[in-house]
Design a protein around this ligand. Structure first.
Ligand code: SF4
Length: 64
């Protein structure tokens, strides 16, 4: 069971991330870094959370 404190200012649904709160769709970090991998971002898909860290057991797309 995750023992993280949700930061309700950072809503996130990426359950494969080490910093996700598990049962609650929030990030546990105090702050995150958001960036883009595009030269000219136009849609949300162009933007990334650079604080993402894959959760143990989720490597290779297989989350346990
Ligand atoms: S670090 Fe980014 S991807 Fe990971 S839980 Fe926090 S907001 Fe979501």
């Amino acid at each position: 069971m995750d023992n993280k404190t949700p930061n309700t200012s950072i809503e996130c649904t990426v359950k494969q991330c080490e910093h996700h709160c598990g049962s609650e769709d929030y990030c546990a970090l105090n702050q995150v870094r958001i960036a883009t991998h595009e030269a000219n971002p136009t849609v949300s898909q162009c933007v990334d959370c650079e604080s993402f860290k894959v959760k143990a057991g989720c490597e290779g797309g297989k989350c346990v």
